[in-house]
Ligand binder design. Sequence first.
Ligand SMILES: [Zn+2]
Length: 117
Amino acid sequence: MGKREGKRGKRRRIPERTCVACRRKAPKGMLVRIVRTPEGEIVVDERGKRNGRGAYLCRNRSCWERAIERGSLARALRTALTAEQAEALLAYAASLPASADEPAAGLQESGRRTQDE
Ligand SMILES: [Zn+2]
């Protein structure tokens, strides 16, 4: 605490992101990035390279449906989804597995929040 850790720790940092639906943290590659481009388009960014404001969702349909229906994706992207955009995202979600495999032991869900329902 208070002490600088320095930049040459031996552990390689794996960037983690949080799914906006279930709030689970996972390495970037395990999640799908959705981007609101500067033009206002909503795109699924498989490679994580697009410019714009991004949000992450697990690779499973239930998180996508939850995030789209409850508006947490729109909130994360600081926009409102049009019906067409929501539909396109749901269509993409339909290609994903229905639900995630149980997280491997050791993956904690400490940051989990229940949203108002
Ligand atoms: Zn999730």
